[in-house]
Design a protein around this ligand. Structure first.
Ligand code: HEC
Ligand code: HEC
Ligand code: HEC
Ligand code: HEC
Length: 153
């Protein structure tokens, strides 16, 4: 009788583990994302490898620092929600024509590349400044083109 109880307890525990693992695996973003937004007719620069998990966990950046809603308000994500790709709203994958007069804000709202650069490079610059790191310092967060876009082979 006692043995039976232990067995069913173990079975129940295993079931719990199984369920939580399944949920975890199904709802996390990929640990590393190769930024290859399909809306670009072609990428002129090498593809950027973005360590999503490291940014969110090791660097302790909150989801809402990068993910926001259709008004630009940070999203309070717990993990598991669907997240729209940046290009769903920052739609234009073209290059801003020289003559087009836009405020910095409107430029970011419109152009995908401007939004990504403002987010990624904006934070990296602030981080380096705060920590007294020059952009060439190996410990610096990447600011230069080739530190994010590897040379095309
Ligand atoms: C430093 C910026 C940053 C942080 C912090 C961040 N994300 Fe992301 N996340 C991105 C980018 C960039 C993408 C790719 C979007 C695209 O391709 O348009 C992405 C993609 C995703 C996706 C889509 C799945 C995939 O693999 O493409 C999910 C889901 C997601 N993030 C959830 C989260 C959650 C939950 C958190 C907090 C725990 C979080 N993100 C933190 C920038 C970030
Ligand atoms: C659901 C639509 C939507 C999605 C998806 C979206 N954005 Fe935005 N984003 C906006 C809006 C709206 C604003 C605010 C524009 C304004 O203030 O005029 C904004 C503003 C920004 C800004 C400027 C923020 C500031 O403080 O100046 C950056 C940078 C940015 N987005 C980057 C991203 C990145 C990177 C992603 C993908 C991880 C993303 N956006 C996904 C709609 C979106
Ligand atoms: C809110 C701040 C923040 C944002 C947004 C952010 N980063 Fe970072 N990133 C960091 C910090 C902090 C480091 C670590 C710097 C160090 O300790 O050397 C880093 C490091 C990196 C590195 C080098 C080490 C690694 O983890 O791979 C790459 C590449 C990188 N970021 C790419 C990106 C890209 C691409 C984006 C935009 C999609 C982005 N980051 C957005 C803060 C940010
Ligand atoms: C912190 C990382 C980072 C740095 C530094 C950076 N970029 Fe980017 N860049 C990105 C990301 C992420 C994208 C979006 C790619 C995608 O979603 O497909 C992008 C997109 C682009 C695109 C549009 C896609 C393409 O390949 O044609 C161009 C052009 C570009 N970057 C040029 C530059 C130039 C020039 C510099 C230096 C002045 C630079 N980038 C610096 C992260 C970075």
């Amino acid at each position: 009788m006692k043995r039976k109880l232990v067995t069913s307890l173990v079975a129940a525990l295993m079931a719990v583990c199984f369920v939580s693992v399944a949920v975890y695996a199904g709802t996390q973003a990929a640990d590393t994302i190769t930024m290859n937004t399909k809306a670009y007719a072609k990428h002129t620069k090498g593809l950027v490898t973005f360590s999503h998990k490291v940014h969110a966990e090791e660097y302790g950046i909150s989801c809402g620092d990068c993910h926001h809603d259709d008004k630009g308000t940070p999203l309070a994500l717990k993990g598991g929600e669907d997240v729209q790709s940046c290009v769903a709203c920052h739609k234009d994958t073209g290059k801003k024509p020289k003559g087009e007069k836009l405020s910095k804000k409107d430029k970011i709202a419109k152009y995908h590349k401007e939004a990504l650069h403002a987010n990624c490079i904006g934070c990296h610059k602030a981080f380096n400044k705060k920590n007294g790191l020059k952009s060439k310092d190996p410990k610096a967060a990447p600011q230069s083109c080739k530190s994010c876009h590897p040379k095309k082979g």
